[in-house]
Design a protein around this ligand. Sequence first.
Ligand SMILES: Cc1cc2nc3c(=O)[nH]c(=O)nc-3n(C[C@H](O)[C@H](O)[C@H](O)COP(=O)(O)OP(=O)(O)OC[C@H]3O[C@@H](n4cnc5c(N)ncnc54)[C@H](O)[C@@H]3O)c2cc1C
Length: 537
Amino acid sequence: MASTKAGQGARAAQRTYDYIVVGAGSAGAVVAARLSEDAGTSVLLVEAGGSHKHLSVQVPAAFSKQFKTERDWNVLTEPEPHLGGRRIYHPRAKMLGGCSGMNAMIYIRGNKADYDGWAKSGATGWSYDEVLPYFKRSENNSRGADRFHGDQGPQHIQDLRSPNPVVQRLIEGAAATGLQRNDDFNGAAQEGTGFYQVTHKRGSRWTTADGYLAPAAKRANLTVLTEAHVHRVTLSEGRATGIEVEVDGEMHAVRCTREVVLSAGAFNTPQLLMLSGIGPAEHLAEHGIEAVVDNPHVGDHLMDHPMYLVNAETSASGTLAEAESPKQLVNYLARRRGVLTSNVGEGGAFFHTRAGLDAPDMQLIFAPGYFWEHGAATHDTPAMGIGCSLVGAKSRGQVRLRSADPKDQVAATFNYFAEQEDMDAMVAAVEKVREILASSPMRELVGEEIHPGSQTRTREELEEEIRRGVEHTYHPSCTARIGSEGEGVVDPELRVYGVTGLRVADASVFPTVTHGNTHAPTVLVGEKAADLIRAAQ
Ligand SMILES: Cc1cc2nc3c(=O)[nH]c(=O)nc-3n(C[C@H](O)[C@H](O)[C@H](O)COP(=O)(O)OP(=O)(O)OC[C@H]3O[C@@H](n4cnc5c(N)ncnc54)[C@H](O)[C@@H]3O)c2cc1C
């Protein structure tokens, strides 16, 4: 008889593991794979979702087709106070590989100043020079190895196989407005304009499940439990002893002898901490949870990058509007080329909207297609989208429990645009995009501006339109940040304050969100976490 999920859960519960890793995403898959390299160590990786083997995961241009499906946690924020009470949708992947299987595949490490800033604020061991070896270790860059890059790691990083001519023209337009060309945003300098490198292998998406878990699958010391929803960490006398996990409607207690590692992402990791009694005592009491560790920073300091998308009609051919044509389907299936290999955000730019900043505060993301409402909205003529992603955003929010039910969504509030300087930067970015669209390389391709629309001219009109239409770049982080005791949730070795045997390794631990997309920095966290854990034994 085939083994049921509940049967697998029961079997896992009968064993004791050295390590339990919760969540198989950008970081968790890395932690579990690295820890299990030591054949003498037993590791259980628990993931709420199932397989990542779906066409909409594999085909780059299809990533938004996964939104609001069974592979999405489908998070909706509380009414955002500075966006007229709009509730903002946050897709979050629920499958092996986590958001590395749902994201837009842009490979950006952030700015050197991010890591040096982390180290300066007390995150000892996280300066740029100290993290660079981990970026290189994780990377298999098709351009080969150099001072900044590796070519032996599990994570394929490649150039787009079919870069879109519209994006090429946008890059030329950006250069015509004074931005320098940059063909490696992860090299000597981040500033400038160019194509992004992507987490692809031969025109298809490459996830941490592909790069890290698949090669580890045959190891007898690694158990991967899927469709298994962790409800809480069990604690005894100040020590993490295991987890309670629901599999196929049945609860199981699984024990570990060394450590539990939470890698459930920036929403669910603080949720699990709070459900386990680690968090703001008063808030926990409201939900009938007794605080084991009273720490107000759990769930706090939530950061992200608000993104406003300028969309304009175009006379160019070859946009994403053609993605679903039979010709492109054949091109993808037979040759792994063409529009379907587009990661949508193919190229872009980093620049300063004002002087005196350590790092560029704005990232532009150039899409050769209309992109609005997370890709759900359509437009009846070909268009292009230029995302203004405020990578220097200052506004912060928080994650709280909606209830003590582990199946309930968290209550997240981002407070986008709580700081006026965030709005100033966004307005400046929209003006910059208009300059790019009016530049000589672009002008002849550009038709009607759809969003914010050419009728939106004054500063007040722009602000209003931005508040109405702004979304984000899908980068929630910092909700279990590294900080000193009394200021953070974990120490620089990612150990949760107040208990032993419990670490966090995912985007929650960033002291501040990096200036750029967050997958690569999260893989870095996974790589470094594994070393820190191994060194502690
Ligand atoms: C639509 C989208 C586009 C993005 N685009 C980019 C991009 O182009 N480039 C980039 O660098 N970054 C991008 N990002 C962001 C990046 O992918 C994330 O920052 C990163 O993947 C976060 O990794 P993580 O390990 O913290 O969490 P995740 O990858 O979300 O992993 C968490 C895992 O834990 C599991 N889990 C959660 N709760 C439980 C539980 N209770 N029990 C068991 N398992 C649980 C989840 O199912 C998930 O698999 C994007 C993200 C999204 C959603």
